[in-house]
Design a protein around this ligand. Structure first.
Ligand SMILES: [Zn+2]
Length: 130
């Protein structure tokens, strides 16, 4: 049992909705707020490939669109042997909206690794660079 079990379970459930008909690589994400809300995301692929959205960004954009601005953790679940970290684009977006939160990586076998965003994204471009 860990403090992230519920968040991992939510991301695992969200993964079932992944629209991954081209890659069959299904990803689920669950974004947690300090008030206890969870926003779910799954990857949504597109025939043009380039318009595909990752699960992490879907969860963040859903939350932002509903007026949430504070987040304290995000879980990402895949069905892989090696845990799957957020891609570069998602790291930029996570940093922009969530800053240095823990990123909980998990797979369907129950492997879990928690990494701080500052470790995944050590020298970010953000508003301090403008
Ligand atoms: Zn991504």
């Amino acid at each position: 049992m860990s403090e992230y079990d519920a968040l991992i379970a939510a991301a695992t459930k969200a993964r079932e909705n992944a629209h991954a008909k081209f890659s069959n690589f299904k990803v689920g994400a669950a974004l947690h707020t300090p008030s206890g809300k969870i926003f779910l995301g799954c990857n949504i692929e597109n025939a043009t490939y380039g318009l595909t959205l990752c699960a992490e960004r879907v969860s963040i954009f859903k939350a932002i669109s509903e007026g949430e601005l504070r987040f304290d953790s995000i879980a990402v679940v895949t069905d892989t042997e090696t845990l799957t970290p957020p891609c570069g684009a998602c790291r930029q977006i996570i940093w922009e909206f969530c800053h240095d939160i823990p990123v909980v990586l998990a797979n369907l076998k129950g492997d879990v690794q928690v990494l701080q965003m500052s470790k995944l994204f050590p020298k970010p471009f953000d508003s301090s660079n403008l």
